[in-house]
Write a protein that binds this ligand. Structure first.
Ligand SMILES: [Zn+2]
Length: 82
């Protein structure tokens, strides 16, 4: 997969020179899994929530969230500690 950021930076999957890759899942999905009391570690691993993929552009620090059928783009707005 290749994605050109709004800033012009070309990001290519598995080539991390232009972006960082992250993945995560909703805490609520994970807590639901724990409450379902998986009986083995393997069952826990097999039922882990689906992870969401997101990239950070190394040029402008925009965050791109890969959602079903679309990419949501976020740009840092303000440090709330200022
Ligand atoms: Zn960018």
């Amino acid at each position: 997969m290749k994605v050109r950021c709004i800033c012009g930076n070309l990001m290519v999957e598995e080539d991390l020179k232009n972006h960082e890759e992250y993945s995560g899942y909703k805490d609520a999905d994970y807590f639901d899994l724990l409450e379902s009391n998986p009986s083995t570690v393997q069952e826990l691993v097999d039922r882990m929530p689906r992870t969401e993929l997101y990239w950070e552009c190394k040029s402008c620090n925009r965050i791109l969230f890969f959602k079903k059928g679309k990419i949501e783009v976020y740009l840092f707005e303000k440090d709330i500690n200022d």
